[in-house]
Structure formats: C-alpha cells, structure tokens
Design a protein around this ligand. Structure first.
Ligand code: S3P
Length: 179
C-alpha cells in the first residue's frame, strides 16, 4: 500500500458466497457508514434481477452495468461497498476502488463456497450441470486478481461478526498508517 491513500470507504470484493453483503451491512452499522451493494444498485436501476439481465441481455451487458457503477463510486464517502463477485476480479475496477477505498477481499475455498450457495438459486453463473466445477474454474481464473486487494481475509474460520471485526480493525489501522 502506498504511503498516502484516500480511504473514504471500504470495498468488499471476493467470490460469490464469501459473505460480502452480510459483512458489509454489519460493518456499515458499526461505522455508521452507508451501505451500497453493486448488484442491488444494478437491479434497481435496470428494473430487472441479475438473473433476468443475464438471461435477456447477456453477461457482457451486465459487466457494462458494473463498469458504470464503479465509475460512480469514486464520489462516495463513508460507504461500505459490497461488490458482485466478478467486479473485483477486474484489474481496472480494482484500481478504481483503491482510489477511494480500502479494498478487502473475503476468501473461502470452492467446497465451502459451494456449501454456502448450493441452496440458493439467484446466481446465473452457477446454473450449470456441475456448479462446483464452475466455482473451481472461476475461482482459479480470478484468484490472482482477488489477491491484489489491500487485505485478504479467510472467512472459513470466522463468523460473520468476527470477519466484520477484523475488517473494522484493519480499516482503523490503515487510516492511521496511510492518511
Ligand atoms: C457474479 C457474482 C454475483 C453477481 C453476478 C455475477 C460473479 O454477485 O454479481 O451473478 O461474476 O461472480 P455475488 O458475488 O454477490 O453473488
């Protein structure tokens, strides 16, 4: 991390099922920050669910919506931003988030991720005959990007509350060290 950073916000990146939204809400409460979920914003803007966007307009259109949202985030202050799983795997988006936020990647293994998401049906990328294989493949492709985050936190060994506490601690530390 460079010596000076604008750490107005916290951005949570990482794969589906790592707890970004739940941890983000807890953190926002604790810090009295606003909470923003990029997927929720895209859904409310387009008037469609993420699944409908993928089905009707395709993944490239969804990635375009993500790009628009990322550009707008730079004006945010005191916000905990929870990002869709693919957003933080894009080097340009990651660099943009780092301009205004401490970027924290929440991590879990493919098996753990599958255990957490298997009962859910809202993720178009996992509507596959072998979702666990898809998780392994995507995670392997994205790993090197996710690891460019300022902080990497394993969520397998911690409760959501403990993860939020860790992020809070790291954020306070980073603010004293880099601002
Ligand atoms: C995606 C993850 C999803 C959502 C979309 C694509 C991805 O968000 O943005 O289905 O590419 O990993 P969550 O990580 O919140 O599930």
């Amino acid at each position: 991390m460079s010596n000076t950073r604008q750490l107005h916000n916290i951005a949570l990146i990482g794969f589906m099922g790592t707890g970004k939204s739940s941890v983000g809400r807890l953190l926002a409460d604790q810090l009295r920050f606003s909470f923003l979920d990029t997927d929720d914003l895209i859904e409310s803007r387009s008037g469609k669910t993420i699944s409908a966007i993928f089905a009707e307009e395709g993944e490239p259109a969804f990635r375009k919506y993500e790009q628009e949202v990322v550009a707008e985030l730079s004006s945010r202050k005191k916000t905990v931003i929870s990002t869709g799983g693919g957003l933080g795997a894009n080097a340009t988006h990651l660099a943009s988030l780092k301009q205004h936020a401490l970027v924290v990647c929440l991590w879990a293994s493919p098996d753990k991720i599958w255990e957490r998401v298997r009962s859910q049906t809202h993720r178009p990328l996992l509507k596959e005959s072998d979702p666990l294989a898809k998780i392994r493949k995507l995670l392997a492709e994205r790993e090197s990007h996710y690891k460019q985050a300022d902080i990497l936190l394993n969520t397998e060994v911690r409760s959501l509350k403990e993860v939020a506490q860790q992020v809070l601690h790291q954020f306070r530390l980073a603010k004293t060290l880099y601002q």
